[in-house]
Design a binder for this molecule. Structure first.
Ligand SMILES: Nc1ncnc2c1ncn2[C@@H]1O[C@H](COP(=O)(O)OP(=O)(O)OP(=O)(O)O)[C@@H](O)[C@H]1O
Length: 436
């Protein structure tokens, strides 16, 4: 009998060896094998572009690989996540396996710019002198800006200096699940050994500790034990820990003990440099004007930037056409109108902050001065208008505010809109930026 998980693991491993990291991370790794029945392997993919890519570029190679692994002819079938509608698996159950580090996440592969200079320098220093001045190191900022990359670069560099270093990389959700399971299975001793007998502990997305009191206490103790022994702790969060709701003060104070460093969205120059580095890494020849064009089109985050470059590349391959500005324009237009191109609250906050020349952290913060309160209310109003989010969800995304605060903001903007022409212009401009 063929075991699906190990078969898929071998297939992915083989692809990893033979493809560049951008293609692998963005187009191959997201594919999940979900069933193998009657010699038909069903593979779930997140978007239509992924499906096109797999259908056109991967099928022949995949069939060969499957045959080599099993000596049976297996037909792949591709399906989109939405088509399947499978419920996500419940948290808990077995102890989570250690998430492997991505060897491509190195300092060399990270492009420095104004938006990430501090974070880069601190991460590098922490990796050269673990447990030293930069301990704990907390990197915070919006989605897809390179926090995980830098965090894992620390681990990869530490391992380069000391291949026996004991390093654990987990998300805060994995930590939570492991902790809950250790209680259920009565093996807290083992849990503590696994999380404390380390040279470095890396925890991604600590904002998800919000609201989980028991886990916060356990993490507090884990943190102290590691820190007391000068072991390196690296954390990432999507915002300044002071703005994470329902996080105990003592944990917040630990998180900002060392050096909290922020990563912001890269400027045009850095975005172009990132694209150039990705294209070189992938060994694809993309003219400079096309790189600048893509960088000017995608100003949200680096993940989107990578995916835009890939779309252009895949389009060129599918149409056997050279990579030109016209092709990029066509391809990225499709991207904007695709149904997965939804407006996020994060994007609204960024655009509103830029429009009023304030920081996104002010929009989600607590300051009560007029220059900040007003844009914050506008951002809440737009979040309600342009996303499907509920009032409590909007409140949460704005630094954990109550839903009545959101309601009040929306009311206020609606009333003012009825009589204020300038505000009407501002809202129209912002809408155009968000829905070009
Ligand atoms: N400055 C950079 N240079 C090169 N690649 C980068 C840079 N910033 C981000 N990336 C790439 O962008 C992608 C997204 O980065 P990463 O996953 O580290 O973001 P993140 O901030 O952890 O996002 P999230 O909050 O969603 O987890 C990765 O493939 C990463 O390698």
């Amino acid at each position: 009998m063929i075991e699906l998980n190990s078969l898929w693991e071998s297939v992915q491993k083989e692809f990893r060896k033979t493809t560049g990291s951008v293609t692998y991370n963005n187009l191959i790794a997201p594919a999940k094998a979900i069933s193998l029945e009657n010699n038909q392997l069903t593979i779930e993919l997140p978007t239509k572009s992924h499906r096109d890519f797999w259908q056109n570029e991967m099928t022949a190679k995949l069939k060969d690989l499957l045959f080599n692994e099993t000596l049976v002819h297996i037909e792949p079938r591709y399906t989109l996540e939405r088509e399947l509608m499978t419920p996500s698996s419940p948290a808990g159950g077995i102890m989570t396996k250690q998430t492997p580090l991505n060897p491509e996440y190195t300092f060399e592969a990270f492009v420095e710019g104004r938006s990430n200079q501090m974070a880069y320098a601190s991460a590098y220093a922490a990796s050269e002198q673990p447990g030293g001045l930069y301990n704990p190191l907390l990197i915070y900022g919006g989605v897809g800006l390179g926090k995980t990359h830098l965090m894992q670069a620390i681990a990869n560099n530490m391992l380069r200096h000391n291949p026996n270093a004991k390093i654990k990389y987990v998300t805060s959700e994995t930590f939570t699940n492991d902790y809950i399971n250790s209680i259920k299975n009565n093996n807290q001793e083992q849990f503590r050994r696994e999380y404390r007998d380390l040279d470095a502990l890396l925890v991604d997305d600590v904002q998800f500790f919000s609201n989980k009191e028991g886990t916060q206490l356990e993490f507090f103790n884990t943190f102290n034990s590691l820190h007391d022994n000068n072991k390196q702790i690296v954390l990432t969060a999507d915002r300044n820990p002071k703005q994470i709701p329902d996080l105990t003060d003592r944990l917040v104070s630990r998180f900002v003990w060392g050096v909290p460093v922020e990563i912001t969205s890269p400027d045009l120059e850095t975005r172009t440099a990132i694209l150039r580095s990705k294209a070189e890494e992938e060994q694809i020849n993309v003219p400079n004007d096309v790189l600048s064009f893509i960088a000017s089109k995608v100003d949200t985050n680096v993940r989107e930037l990578e995916s835009a470059l890939l779309r252009v590349r895949v389009a060129a391959q599918l149409h056997h056409a050279p990579i030109t500005i016209e092709l990029a324009n066509e391809t990225l237009k499709g991207m904007e109108s695709a149904d997965e191109a939804v407006i996020s609250i994060d994007l609204i906050q960024k655009k509103v902050a830029a429009y009023y020349n304030i920081r996104q952290s002010d929009i989600v913060g607590k300051k009560r001065v007029k220059q900040i309160v007003f844009p914050r209310q506008i951002a809440m109003y737009l979040a309600r208008e342009l996303t499907e989010s509920s009032l409590p969800k909007i409140g949460k995304e704005f630094g954990g505010k109550d839903h009545t605060t959101v309601l009040h903001a929306i009311d206020k903007i609606e009333k003012q809109l009825a009589e204020d022409d300038n505000l009407q212009d501002d809202i129209r401009n912002l809408r155009m930026e968000l829905q070009p």
